[in-house]
Ligand binder design. Structure first.
Ligand SMILES: Cc1ncc(COP(=O)(O)O)c(C=O)c1O
Length: 444
């Protein structure tokens, strides 16, 4: 649909059958809820569903795990629930192997250790991510090198990766942030050209796809989180996926105190990152509804995008052509204040919250600004490994202005639970946007 003025847009929506989206809005004389008007969603009625979700079968599966009296699983035996989960998750994702872990954080840790990333190495990643992505590299006395964000997709800007490669670079660690896909064609080509490995942080991207392959199965290793808020949640938990036999044996062994999953070799490094059978039971229960939930999110999101195409000022982020399906941990949108009489993003979010539509900030963080960097640099180990000149160079090059701008001015997001709601939820989102747009002058 061609972008038009507000009145024409509403008319266009009417002719295409979306008029109901606006039934909530704009009786003349109405005020923004922030200024005492009636909210689009009165009474604090939340968007979407309450999360996490479970039914009696989930509870029974959990109880069965408890009653089995196998409360700790380290045997790599088909009788173990964690073993069963690993097989089923690998099959669902189209991966050769899965090693379940006690969190997404340690999945990233195990992946980097299995690839022998260590002191002095550099791992290219993005600033727009959860802190664990970079902590796990720092914990190995290696440097996460933060690359700025593409302003249209909010993903790592793959065009900026090559200029950050040095002789110390070992890996690229893109994050499918929010559940959308990083530009994996470009990233894999750069990795090949420079002989680097790729670890996908797919902790927010369960069921997303790149060229019909699941996110997390395209690089050498892919890491997942099953923490409570994630689209596949077990409470706490994580997994590493991969297709290379020896590499995945090292990952699996690392998570299980060096035990070779193939029962052959005693020479692996290791720790204990094991998942409990209770989490595995939760995950097996949750997996029953994963595709149905993903399909519902797809459907609601499509409807939301149709509605948004009729207005200006709030639009979905773009996707790379290789993204055949996205996940929805945080669905990102772009706010353009010029269409709201210059209303700042924060004021817009405040006004939308008052209407009962809470938007997230659009980015996970601007990690390159985080004080934890200097905390690591002050550790004795870091001072031993890195000469001052190298850390100074790192500080100088550690700039990501686009991500900062997205955080301050343009980024918005909606959480995955929102897309498990109803069409009416989608209509209320757009209805409230239109209401605030019309009343923006009152909010300045
Ligand atoms: C992008 C990203 N990476 C890593 C993690 C770490 O996962 P966990 O919280 O399971 O340790 C998370 C989850 O919070 C995440 O969102």
């Amino acid at each position: 649909m061609k972008k038009t003025s507000m009145g024409a847009a509403v008319a266009a929506l009417t002719t295409t059958g979306f008029a109901s989206a606006y039934s909530v809005i704009i009786q003349d004389g109405d005020k923004p809820a922030l200024l005492g008007g009636r909210p689009v969603r009165p009474g604090g009625s939340g968007l979407g569903v309450s999360w996490p979700m479970y039914d009696d079968t989930d509870v029974q599966m959990y109880l069965d795990a408890y009653k089995s009296k196998i409360w700790s699983e380290y045997r790599n035996s088909p009788k173990e629930l964690s073993f069963r989960f690993e097989k089923e998750f690998a099959a669902l994702m189209g991966a050769g192997y899965c090693a379940a872990t006690s969190s997404g954080t340690v999945a990233l840790d195990a992946a980097q250790r299995a690839l022998d990333i260590g002191p002095g190495d550099e791992v290219i990643t993005q600033t727009n991510t959860f802190i664990a992505t970079a902590q796990t590299t720092f914990n190995l006395y290696a440097l996460p090198v933060f690359v700025d964000t593409d302003p249209e997709t909010f993903m790592i800007n793959a065009d900026l990766i090559e200029e950050r490669i040095t002789p110390n670079t070992r890996a690229i660690l893109p994050v499918h942030i929010g559940g959308a896909a990083a530009d994996m064609d470009k990233i894999m080509a750069i990795a090949k050209k420079h002989n680097l490995v790729v670890i996908e942080d797919a902790c927010q991207a369960h069921m997303g796809e790149w060229r019909n392959r699941k996110l997390g199965t395209i690089g050498n290793l892919g890491c997942f989180s099953f923490q409570e808020g994630k689209n596949l949640c077990g409470g706490e938990g994580g997994a590493v996926l991969g297709n290379e036999d020896d590499l995945m044996a090292r990952v699996d062994a690392y998570t299980n105190n060096g035990r070779d999953p193939r029962g052959q070799d005693r020479s692996f490094t290791g720790s204990n990152f094991r998942i409990t059978p209770f989490v595995a039971a939760n995950l097996l229960g949750q997996m029953r509804r994963l595709e149905v939930q993903s399909a519902l999110r797809d459907e609601n999101c499509l409807y939301l995008e149709q509605l948004l195409s009729g207005i200006q000022g709030v639009r979905p982020t773009k996707k790379y052509p290789g993204q055949t399906r996205r996940a929805y941990y945080e669905y990102q949108l772009i706010y353009e204040k010029d269409h709201f009489k210059g209303l700042s993003k924060e004021r817009f979010r405040e006004a939308m919250r008052a209407e009962g539509i809470p938007f997230g900030n659009g980015i996970d963080s601007s990690l390159h600004l985080d004080p934890f960097i200097e905390t690591y640099f002050n550790l004795r180990g870091f001072q031993k490994v890195f000469p001052k000149a190298r850390l100074d160079k790192y500080r100088k090059e550690n700039v990501c202005p686009v991500n900062e701008r997205i955080g301050k001015e343009t980024g918005l997001s909606l959480g995955q639970q929102v897309f498990l709601g109803t069409k009416k939820d989608m209509e209320d989102i757009v209805g409230a946007i239109v209401k605030i747009q019309k009343q923006a002058a009152q909010l300045l």
